[in-house]
Design a protein around this ligand. Structure first.
Ligand SMILES: [Zn+2]
Length: 230
């Protein structure tokens, strides 16, 4: 499987910087065999996808940075729960997309998708996703301030966890911080952590990366265009 970061930045994208510090809103595309699964659909989706055409779309929550590009895409199956679908429908035009109900454990050609709740913004259902192929497990949770205790199990022993890195030392409105997550997850045996949703409080890439490595050598900042093979 290939994971490609279409964006790794916050709600208001960071466009006045260069290279790895330039960040559009957070989103990834996973490619497994012939399936292309995108997570979140940002207002910059056209620029982020270029000619790539996802087959399925998962949405973490109904905020503008995660779902504001829904009107810009077509021919993709919106794979979501009835609850999140109704929240999306209220705010965005989704009628042109095929709705597919997301089961608690959902399988598509060898790809297993599970969703779990995280705490992000009041009145917004927010999900993290666990995606497995064979014995490999990936977590994608780009927006959360807290992980409910009962859902910590999803993160434990996972191969790759892509998580909210909006804050640096302290949490920011509705979001966790990089140092906060490193502390929280220190006994979770995550093989590789990638921070996304990286906010303006996080130092520039090289500086932040160095400091992160001192705390956990298996943790990294993501950047727009990063590809991971698993
Ligand atoms: Zn949000």
């Amino acid at each position: 499987m290939i994971i490609k970061f279409l964006g790794s930045g916050p709600h208001n994208p960071i466009i006045n910087k260069k290279g790895k510090n330039k960040r559009l809103q957070s989103s990834v595309i996973l490619e497994y065999k012939k399936i292309k699964l995108m997570i979140d659909c940002t207002p910059n989706v056209t620029k982020q996808l270029k000619k790539v055409k996802p087959d399925y779309l998962l949405i973490t929550h109904a905020h503008q940075d995660a779902a504001g590009g829904l009107k810009l895409i077509k021919n993709v199956k919106l794979l979501t729960t009835a609850k999140l679908y109704s929240e999306l429908k209220k705010r965005y035009s989704v009628k042109h997309l095929e709705f597919m109900k997301l089961d608690k454990i959902h399988k598509i050609n060898g790809l297993k998708i599970e969703y779990f709740k995280v705490t992000h913004a009041k009145d917004f259902t927010t999900y993290g996703y666990k995606i497995s192929v064979g014995n490999k497990k990936i977590i994608y949770a780009s927006d959360f301030k807290y992980i409910p205790k009962k859902n910590e199990k999803y993160f434990r022993n996972t191969d790759i966890a892509i998580v909210d890195g909006a804050g640096w030392t302290f949490t920011v409105f509705g979001h966790q911080s990089i140092k906060g997550f490193l502390e929280l997850s220190k006994n979770w045996k995550i093989k590789k952590i990638y921070f996304t949703q990286i906010g303006r409080r996080v130092p520039n890439y090289e500086i932040a990366q160095k400091e992160i490595k001192k705390i956990n050598p298996n943790a990294n900042l993501a950047w727009d265009g990063l590809r991971i093979k698993i």
